[in-house]
Design a protein around this ligand. Structure first.
Ligand SMILES: N[C@H](CCC[C@H](N)C(=O)O)C(=O)O
Length: 294
């Protein structure tokens, strides 16, 4: 079966976007892994699927698959590409759009300056929202935020805060993201047994009260150039810790995002870029992909 696709990125976080409204797309973990594979497939951090909604107030359903094939609750950078794609493909001229995600509705708007603003939906701070097993962990309180101390295998511990921007996030404060142990601590925390659905891991450096630098080791992918929900998680955590004031510029390796948070409403503004469109024989791709030695 031939699928039309469009390759896009939001601040360097890259996606394969599929129109599941005009063409019959049945996504499986294996198909997502094959499409996202950097050598054997098209290559991407996530696959974004546009579908007809089931929610009466939504214009479209927005589904997200990580490079490891896992389907997840939200993708912030992807949501900006989602609305750009819907408009460019003339699936709708409505602006702003309402998209149905796993935990409810989000509102997406293309701005005059070509940026995109997204109302990111529900933000929850209780460990059960992730889920995160805090049994037996020491913790401290910093302003509104609870900081958990996670023991490290080699001794010592790492302090993190946790929240759900629909998807699960753990955020660590570091002095300098360029020397942060993202490659070691990232995977250790991402698949730590205390995180029942795994977790995205953000390393945040506070530059001033309106500016942070951020690196994210993403669940199901690894380190990406940028993570939209990770930027939201870092800013919400920083504000609750009394370190930041809204709005905050989030400097990622892939570009700048602006996050506004008033304690309930979380808004993200940033770029969305279309790189190229193409088509692929999905059955042949999966067949070839399965031949590789793993
Ligand atoms: N890896 C994330 C999904 C993509 C999030 C990120 N690409 C963003 O822009 O929010 C997760 O497993 O929850």
């Amino acid at each position: 079966m031939i699928w039309q696709f469009t390759k896009m990125h939001g601040a360097g976080n890259d996606f394969i976007v599929l129109d599941g409204v005009s063409q019959p797309i049945e996504m499986t973990p294996e198909r997502a892994r094959a499409l996202a594979h950097r050598q054997l497939g098209i290559g991407a951090d996530q696959i974004l699927l546009v579908e007809t909604p089931s929610h009466p107030e939504a214009d479209f359903r927005y589904r997200i698959f990580n490079a490891d094939g896992s389907e997840v609750e939200h993708c912030g950078n992807g949501s900006r590409c989602f609305v750009r794609f819907v408009h460019e493909q003339r699936l709708s001229r409505r602006n702003p759009l309402r998209a149905e995600i796993a935990t409810g509705l989000i509102t997406l708007e293309e701005k005059e300056d070509n940026s995109v603003t997204v109302d990111m939906g529900v933000t929850r701070f209780d460990p059960a929202a992730l889920p995160f097993d805090t049994e037996g962990l020491s913790h401290s309180q910093e302003h509104e935020e609870t900081l958990w101390n996670l023991p490290l295998p080699q001794g010592g511990m790492v302090t993190l805060s946790t929240l759900a921007i629909s998807n699960p996030h753990a955020v660590l404060l570091v002095d300098n993201i360029d020397t942060a142990p993202v490659a070691t601590l990232g995977p250790f925390i991402e698949s730590h047994p205390r995180f029942g659905n795994r977790v995205n891991v953000g390393f945040m450096q506070v530059v001033n009260r309106h500016h942070i630098r951020l690196r994210v080791y993403e669940r199901g992918v690894g380190e990406t150039l940028s993570c939209g929900t990770g930027a939201c998680a870092a800013v919400a955590t920083g504000i609750r810790r009394g370190l930041l004031d809204s709005p905050v510029t989030v400097q990622t390796r892939g570009g700048l995002l602006t996050i506004e948070w008033n304690g309930t409403q979380l808004k993200m503004t940033g770029p969305a870029t279309t790189v190229f469109s193409g088509q692929i024989d999905i059955d042949k791709l999966v067949k070839d992909f399965c031949l590789k030695d793993e």
